[in-house]
Design a binder for this molecule. Structure first.
Ligand SMILES: Cc1cc2nc3c(=O)[nH]c(=O)nc-3n(C[C@H](O)[C@H](O)[C@H](O)COP(=O)(O)OP(=O)(O)OC[C@H]3O[C@@H](n4cnc5c(N)ncnc54)[C@H](O)[C@@H]3O)c2cc1C
Length: 436
């Protein structure tokens, strides 16, 4: 057997690509992850806020996130291998989803009940008691700081909050991808870095190999596109541009860092999803707060990016002001720094903000794409699901006609992969945002 032969080539070694490499290799597949960047998790994974929450809009979305959390809670057990750099840590500090009339919690809470996710339903008084440093007034619907309404006093209090104690975040998303790489390698998987896939070869209607930037060709019968914001470009290489009903596009997003007000230690958590102002917050090591966007409708100027290798990676004063001033409404003691700090990165957004985990019309070519700024948390379970899907389809199952349903390793919950098919009708239930 030539050293370049592999049972599956996985394009990308982000947290999901590395997870798929691990899950296939632990099933006995000879896998090769190829990544254009120098190490695992250097793509959009490295910029992830890495929040693990359950507030999705569909049963399968909630069930998958709940199952996915258990991988992080059992990270060392899941990996079964050491990493000389140490293991990423799951900080299980809980999360509050703020309640406003017509808010996202109205969709999520019935799904939490169905799936069996523990939560506490706090009324306005309990919310104020649990988050004493927060202004729990209602400022919504979200607006921008150039609008007078932005500065208006709250007319009423928020309705309360939904507290999920099992939520949290992963302290080092890049390290998590590296951990998965090491776990995969312990099962015989191989990784090649600083190498791009430049062509997808096909023979008799199915994938037969990939061409690499060094001119070599790797023969394989299975290729998995896990290229994050480059997903559309890789599909085009495979001759699949426009072949799926659900498309993917790169969207630039900024995440900002501000010093947490010293008094926030009095709060039960600073991990908050705030649909009333349109932001999310989470603590960061070293007393910093991470401020991200929930893509409120008032932020009309979304920055779609044509070329994912060429976008502004610096945070802008405009973006910083937009998000951090919203955070300051919620946290009156927040000191807004003069200089914008944070990061800019790309989401790989699917038309309905729900990922595409599927086979394609080209036999042997699979996709785990369209992760829409919300699938870090599902890296473990997505790897398991993709490995089950690939195994089933390569074993003869017609997933288009008879969708593969995966049983959660930890929870036993069914994950119907039909929900993530490439040719689905756009999910009307989706929130079309990172809430989703
Ligand atoms: C700012 C931000 C905040 C986020 N916050 C959260 C959050 O709080 N919670 C959550 O669950 N999710 C979050 N996400 C989403 C999550 O981080 C992503 O869904 C996840 O990291 C995607 O992993 P991936 O492996 O699919 O892709 P990536 O990490 O993007 O990896 C893709 C890899 O493919 C490689 N590649 C591309 N083209 C080629 C080629 N031709 N040849 C070889 N390699 C190639 C790239 O170099 C890259 O390393 C966030 C994302 C961003 C950007």
């Amino acid at each position: 057997m030539s050293p370049t032969d592999a049972d599956a080539v996985i394009i990308g070694a982000g947290v999901i690509g590395a997870s798929i490499g691990y899950e296939l290799s632990r099933r006995g597949w000879r896998t090769l992850n190829v990544d254009a960047l120098p190490a695992a998790g250097y793509g959009s994974t490295s910029s992830s806020s890495a929040i693990v929450r359950f507030s999705y809009s569909t049963y399968t979305g909630v069930a998958m996130a709940w199952e996915g959390m258990h991988y992080w809670a059992d990270w060392a057990g899941h990996l079964g291998a050491d990493d000389e750099r140490g293991l990423a840590r799951f900080v299980q500090n809980g999360m509050v989803l703020l309640k406003e009339p017509g808010g996202h919690h109205e969709r999520c809470v019935p799904l939490f009940d169905q799936v069996g996710i523990p939560y506490e339903d706090w009324d306005a008084a309990e919310l104020a008691r649990q988050l004493p440093t927060f202004d729990t007034g209602s400022f919504g619907p979200p607006t921008t700081a150039d609008n007078d309404a932005f500065w208006a006093d709250a007319q009423r209090q928020l309705d309360g909050g939904i507290w999920t104690p099992d939520a949290g975040y992963v302290n080092d998303p890049q390290l998590a991808a590296h951990n998965l790489q090491r776990a995969a390698e312990a099962c015989g998987a191989r990784f090649r870095f600083s190498t791009s896939v430049t062509a997808i070869e096909r023979r008799q209607g199915r994938v037969s190999g990939v061409q690499l930037s060094d001119g070599s060709v790797v023969d394989t019968r299975v290729v998995v596109n896990v290229a994050g914001p480059h997903s559309g470009a890789i599909n085009a290489l495979a001759g699949l541009a426009g072949s799926m009903r659900i498309g993917t596009r790169a969207l630039r997003h900024e995440v900002h860092h501000v010093p947490a007000p010293a008094n926030t230690t009095a709060d039960r958590t600073t991990q908050v999803a705030d649909g009333d102002t349109g932001i999310y917050l989470r603590p960061e090591v070293g007393g910093t707060l991470v401020v991200g966007s929930l893509d409120p409708a008032c932020d009309t100027q979304q920055e779609w990016v044509e070329d994912p290798d060429n976008f502004n990676r610096a945070v802008t004063a405009t973006g910083f002001e937009r998000q951090v001033l919203r955070a300051a409404r919620r946290l009156p003691d927040l000191a807004v720094p003069n200089r914008p700090l944070g990061l800019a990165a790309l989401y790989d957004v699917a038309d309905d903000w729900i990922p595409v985990y599927d086979r394609t019309d080209l036999h042997g070519f699979y996709v785990a794409i369209g992760t829409s700024g919300n699938q870090f948390k599902n890296a473990g379970v997505a790897g398991h699901c993709m490995a089950e899907l690939i195994g089933a389809v390569e074993g003869g199952q017609d997933h288009d006609a008879e969708p593969v349903v995966v049983t959660g390793r930890y929870t036993g919950l069914p994950v119907d992969l039909g929900v993530f098919r490439r040719n689905r009708v756009v999910h009307a239930d989706s929130s079309f945002s990172v809430h989703g």
